[in-house]
Design a binder for this molecule. Sequence first.
Ligand code: DAK
Length: 259
Amino acid sequence: MSYEFILVYREVAPYVAMIQLNRPKELNALNLQLMGEIRDALLDLDADDSIRAIVITGNDRAFAAGADIKQMAGKTAIDMLKIDQFTTWDTIRKTKKPLIAAVSGFALGGGCELVMHCDMIVASETAQFGQPEINIGVMPGAGGTQRLTKAVGKALAMEMVLTGRFISAEEAKAAGLINKVVPVELYLEEAVKMASACANKSPIAIQLAKESVLKSFDSHLQEGLYFERKNFYLLFATEDQKEGMAAFVEKRAADFKGK
Ligand code: DAK
């Protein structure tokens, strides 16, 4: 398969594949095509018996700075409903093999949410995690309000979601969001090591173990996700969403009116 916005390496170590997000100029902003490509690559790798674990990474400057605001800016609530990105995200969530995120630089908004769809997370010392959607007049829409809260607890989740503050790799590690922090030259290697540690186990035991841990993590999650999705769509009916996203595109401060 050939892709425009990702690179797929089939054997970075025995049984380990790697997907690299590859829109560097846009800080790997997640446009719809890029997300579709990640979905298709994961479906392909998940069905391939020669692959047992998958690393997802970006580059040293950015894992991903969020969904593509320029693509979203003019959308209405109905447009968003019709696009139905959730089918893509839900397919990514259903990947059976272990997914290891190798994160450096920005992991923001949808980028942070994509990281949280992974099973283990290795970060470089320069990584920054955040849910800054509030700055552009919306809120997390791909599970951020739910998964982040479960991972780091209410106080820090509220702070990140309501103020948009980014947290460092060290703070993310201390809060339980990620597994490891290593120097920037090592994050990829360390993530591949973690993937290899899964890849030399029984793939069936690994699959069922992953499914079981997610069962615990996901209990009651679905109800919260549906709640989040409704509220996310609703915000696309506001003037503040239009203003917030236009302000980002035009590189100026947003003037929110509460309408
Ligand atoms: N979208 C589009 N372009 C982006 C972008 C983004 N999220 N982030 C950065 N870029 C672009 C910039 O516009 C700039 O492009 P040019 O001006 O050069 O054309 C280029 O990448 C480099 O960015 P900067 O010049 O801004 O670089 P700085 O180092 O100065 O700043 C930054 C880096 C990451 C602090 C800044 O770029 C920034 O604040 N970016 C936006 C971060 C953000 O607000 N992220 C959240 C977006 S909303 C859903 C699924 C997902 C989502 C929602 C729903 N469903 C399934 C329904 C997710 C929503 C979001 O993520």
